[in-house]
Design a protein around this ligand. Sequence first.
Ligand code: HPA
Length: 265
Amino acid sequence: MSQAASFTSLTDACRATPPAVALVLGSGMSGVAAGLTPLLTVPFGAIPGLTATSVAGHRGRLTLGEWAGRRVLVFEGRLHFYEGHSWEAVTLPVRLAAALGVRVLLQTNAAGGIRDDLGPGSLMVIHDHIEWTRPYCWREPGPGGLGPSRPSPYAQRLLDLLSEAAEPEAALSRGIYAAVTGPCYETPAEIRALRAWGADAVGMSTAREAQAGYDLGLECAAISCITNRAAGLGGAPLDHQEVLATAAAQTARLARLVTRFLERL
Ligand code: HPA
């Protein structure tokens, strides 16, 4: 990785050549950025409004670099509501990326599989989400009092590009992601409720950021790495270390997928 740089040097570099894409890497997934040739790296703590992440498996740094011929901003780690951050802080990286010229937001996360075919190690492209992080963001009033309609924030063009980019021998699932606040994993009854609502996977991030990106006019996509069967569906109790290890085992595959996606953008 490159030497730690100042935030100002990174914003200057983005002003000179705006990055096309921002990539947000979730728990245990820093290795996905192996294909990135770094130009400048800034720790989250040096970015106004961001703080160092407190979660194991999240490095907490922002790198501007080149990847598959594209200029890319990579956020290694994210801030979570369950760490005590406000939704403003959680969505700040997305607003920052948009301000630096990014047009495409690709997020990755670790998630628990609810649908029967989503076992540990599966990758699922999110095509819509269920926002279970109260208070509901759709209760925030729009300019006229009533909020706007809320289509899925995930762009069909990017969903199609991700399907094209998938390795032929390993088809990529699509599904609905339920976003919960954490920090506790869900109860088995909550997972049954989410399944009845149509959720295919569950996790503690991504949805608010995708909504923020959509609201700013970014094309958004997200990929869940299924790290465990959701509560009550697998044998053993859920464990964060296991989540990290399963996510880390998929980094090479995710890295290839992201590279092939960037090549097709
Ligand atoms: N639930 C919520 N978040 C998660 C899970 C889960 O089962 N696995 C990884 N992140």
